[in-house]
Design a protein around this ligand. Sequence first.
Ligand SMILES: [Zn+2]
Length: 98
Amino acid sequence: MHSSVIGKIEKANRYARETDRITFDRLSLTFRGDNDTHRVSLDADAWQCNCHYFESWKTCAHVLAIQKIMGQMLPEAAQTSPFPAAPEGAAVGETASA
Ligand SMILES: [Zn+2]
């Protein structure tokens, strides 16, 4: 293999571990919840979810889960939710959603 290709692969492997280099400006995904499948999106630091709970609270278990997974790869304004920090393992919102 050409040495420049090897260099790119090595760089990619390093970048893949340095996730603070990455910020997702937009997201669009399908979330298979316990009871239903939902559409979750992020655009201009604003979350959307089509679950019933999100309509009232502007966040939900689906958004919280994505925030947990993506962490610092989200824009700063999109990393936090209006909920107080929930204890690890607490089922925030899921019981009240569809
Ligand atoms: Zn939701």
